[in-house]
Design a protein around this ligand. Structure first.
Ligand code: ADP
Length: 589
């Protein structure tokens, strides 16, 4: 850290030093250039005829013209003043002749530039004007008379104020010291006319004799010199504040007898060095911070990746678990399916067995019924035929004929049975029509009339007046009605109440016919089977068990239904549900 500070200070000080050197070079060049412009002019003018003529006897009259000429020349050359002195040091002509503080008549014999020129040499001197109070640099040259001897002195005074004021306010402090070490030009006005060398009596005397600084009092500029890292430092005491430290670059101007000093405030340079060190520190801190950030980021990233990996593993574990569960469930389902299949197969087999058994049962029933129905009339017919043969042999044709008649009626009966069987097996091709129910009922009543009469049954018909036509075949519907009514008559044959109620009414799109008797009704066990073919409870010879089965199928063909139920007051209720023709027609219209 200290090393860094040292390095930075060294860098900024040496950089300040090199800038001071550059500024110094420029300042010296500027000063020298400024002086050089006027250096040769006094000598040149001293040789001018008009000037020399001033010293011819009786030339006083020329002085005014000379004054004017000097003024013009001074304006053109931009010098401060040009004046001519006699050998006694009194000014006889001057460019500032018009001014109140004109040099004319003034005696400057005490100025070294005069004594030098009067001695025949070119003189140069820097001083504060005793008359004008304006600082200037004086160049002088002897003016020689016709005999070649020095007759007078011509002097150029150049102002340095403009040059000096251009130094003010800059980065550098600029001092110009004379041979005695007195600051006579400075970018800081308060340092002007202070000495940097001790004011010994000898020096003071020289300054006072030449009245170089007129009446100005010369103070001492308290200072000390040192060096840091090989660079010269100047410390100037301040009245109230701590001493100020400067880098010092110095160059002598031997022609003018001056020394130029350029000072650079080290406070600013040291500040810059500190700033650089701080900036470097900050940079290091920022880099460290950045590194920490990057490290943290990496750590976080690694942590996140670790977490992700863990989550992935967990996910995979869960997926595996789930997969295993699913596989288990799958296996279970498969097992169940296999079981079901087995059960189904068994069921099918059982079903098939049942069907087979049912078929056999039905066949058995049918064979029993058929064999009885056919055997009985066959046996009877045989008896009748035998008797008829005997009666014919005996010559009793009338009785024989009676027997033949009996045989014929037995044959008719068998033919009727055959017809029944045909009806079961074959579907009639009768197309469905719209039927007026009262008509069908009336015809059926006619057909079944004898049977009812024989059973002593009474049918009470009650048809709703606004019954719509129904869909069906007239003959088949009559057959159903005849069947159901005959069964009702059979059921009530031995009972006390032989009334049979036939009612019909419309119910939505259907027409329902109820046929109710007052017989024993249908036990639940039987109700399930009464629509099966060949199911009968009647004694052998009384019924084939086909009536309800045929009726059921007929009703299905009509798109209707045949149902059985028991009336709460006793007796069976058969319901014939038929499609009413009305809505369909209306839809067709
Ligand atoms: P069948 O009349 O030749 O026996 P059906 O198929 O017409 O054949 O009748 C089957 C059986 O339904 C009858 O044997 C009888 O037991 C029963 N059954 C039919 N109608 C009635 C009724 N109104 N009351 C009681 N039982 C009936």
């Amino acid at each position: 850290m200290l090393q860094g500070d040292r390095l930075a200070t060294r860098f900024y000080l040496s950089e300040g030093m090199s800038r001071a050197d550059t500024a110094l070079r420029l300042t010296v060049n500027g000063l020298e250039g400024h002086l050089r412009r006027y250096e040769a002019l006094p000598e040149l003018l001293a040789d001018h005829d008009d000037i020399r003529a001033l010293f011819a006897p009786g030339a006083e009259g020329r002085r005014q013209a000379m004054n004017m000429w000097l003024q013009e020349t001074n304006d053109v050359l931009q010098s401060s003043d040009i004046y001519v002195m006699g050998m006694d040091g009194t000014t006889i002509a001057a460019s500032n002749y018009q001014r109140a503080d004109s040099f004319i008549g003034q005696n400057f014999a005490y100025r070294p530039y005069f004594t030098e020129a009067a001695a025949g040499r070119n003189g140069r001197f820097y001083a504060l004007g005793t008359t004008s109070g304006v600082r200037g640099y004086y160049f002088s040259a002897p003016v020689r008379g016709a005999d070649g001897a020095v007759a007078g002195v011509i002097v150029f005074k150049i102002g340095l104020d403009a040059l000096e004021s251009s130094w003010a306010g800059g980065e550098f402090r600029i001092l110009v010291l004379d041979t005695e070490g007195i600051i006579f030009m400075s970018s800081e006005p308060e340092w002007r006319y202070t000495a940097m060398l001790p004011l010994t009596g000898e020096r003071s005397e020289r300054t006072t004799a030449s009245r170089r600084y007129s009446d100005a009092t010369i103070g001492l500029l308290p200072h000390s010199r040192s060096a840091e890292q090989g660079m010269p430092l100047l410390r100037l005491a301040n009245r109230d504040a701590p001493p100020q430290e400067y880098l010092e670059a110095t160059q002598a101007m031997p022609d003018a007898g001056w020394t130029v000093h350029v000072l650079v405030d080290t406070a600013y340079l040291r500040g810059q060095a500190r700033l650089a060190v701080v900036a470097l520190l900050l940079l290091i801190c920022a880099a460290g911070f950045g590194a920490v950030l990057v490290w943290q980021r990496r750590a976080r990233l690694a942590e996140r990746m670790q977490m992700q990996a863990a989550a992935q593993v967990e996910l995979e574990r869960r997926v595996d678990e789930r997969t295993a569960d699913l596989a288990r469930v799958n296996a279970l389902i498969e097992m169940e399916i296999a079981e079901r299949r087995l059960t189904e197969q068994e069921l099918r087999r059982t079903q098939a067995d049942l069907v087979q058994a049912g078929k056999l049962a039905a066949l058995g029933q049918m064979s029993a019924a058929l064999s009885h129905e056919i055997n009985q009339p066959l046996a009877a017919a045989r008896n009748y035929a035998d008797s008829a043969a005997i009666l014919i042999d005996r010559g009793e044709p009338v009785r024989a004929r009676e027997n033949v008649g009996q045989i014929l009626s037995l044959i008719d009966r068998m033919a009727a049975i055959a017809k029944h069987l045909r009806n079961v097996a074959r579907k009639p091709n009768e197309p469905l029509k719209d039927l007026a129910l009262p008509l069908v009922v009336a015809e059926a009543m006619q057909i079944v009339g004898n049977r009812l009469q024989a059973a002593g049954a009474e049918v009470l018909v009650d048809l709703a007046p606004d019954l719509p036509p129904v869909r069906g075949g007239a003959v088949r519907l009559q057959q159903v009605l005849v069947n159901v009514l005959s069964n009702a008559a059979d059921a009530t044959e031995d009972g006390p109440d032989r009334r049979i109620h036939l009612t019909a009414h419309a119910e939505g799109d259907a027409v329902v016919i109820h046929i109710r008797d007052h017989g024993p009704g249908v036990p639940a066990a039987i109700a399930e089977r009464i629509f099966d073919p060949f199911f009968t409870t009647k004694r052998v010879g009384s019924g084939l068990g086909l009536g309800l089965s045929i009726s059921y199928n007929i009703m299905k063909d009509f798109g209707g239904e045949l149902r059985v139920a028991n009336d709460p007051d006793g007796g069976a209720v058969f319901s014939l549900i038929l499609q009413s023709a009305l809505p369909r027609r209306m839809a067709a219209e």
